[in-house]
Design a protein around this ligand. Structure first.
Ligand code: FES
Length: 163
């Protein structure tokens, strides 16, 4: 079974947050079953369907887009306060449910962390939050972690801090 199925039938906007929009995917029962059969956990499906933290952030302190070796792209937005703590994180992506759910997990984990703590977030942390990913998708958290690390480096370079 191909791992990146055309699962999005349509979406509806339910609310807005920090100038971005949260969309919920209207997946049919059959499509959710296909995701389960492909080995995606309930948590991944929940993040994917609810598009947790997906969207644009207005006036972020830093944003950065990165395309991984698989061809999928993620853009991360961070709001960072004067104590170097990540107050909010959002992201956009072009890719598979593994990329989407990894971005949701990463933005959840990084919220409230100092930049030093954020730099120590690993792919394993994301896999734990997601309760795993199918074997063929185990590389997807790397896209989220790398995009986050590059965004932090960009922010620190601009601030003149070491990264
Ligand atoms: Fe590229 Fe999932 S296949 S991040």
């Amino acid at each position: 079974m191909p791992s990146c199925l055309p699962l999005i039938s349509k979406s509806r906007i339910i609310s807005s947050f920090l100038g971005g929009e949260i969309e919920v995917l209207n997946l049919t029962k059959e499509k959710v079953e296909l995701l389960k059969e492909a080995g995606y956990s309930e948590k991944v499906i929940e993040f994917y369907m609810n598009k947790v933290n997906v969207g644009v952030m207005r006036n972020p302190d830093v944003d950065l887009a990165y395309t991984g070796p698989c061809g999928d792209t993620m853009k991360v937005y961070l709001k960072i306060n004067n104590d170097a703590v990540v107050e909010y994180a959002r992201f956009q992506y072009l890719g598979c449910p593994g990329a989407a759910s990894s971005g949701s997990a990463m933005t959840r984990i990084v919220k409230g962390k100092t930049l030093e703590e954020a730099k120590r977030i690993t792919e394993q942390d994301i896999l734990l939050e997601l309760r795993g990913l199918p074997e063929s998708k185990l590389h997807c958290p790397k896209l989220a972690v790398t995009t986050l690390q590059k965004a932090i480096a960009k922010y620190e370079n601009r601030k003149g801090r070491p990264s």
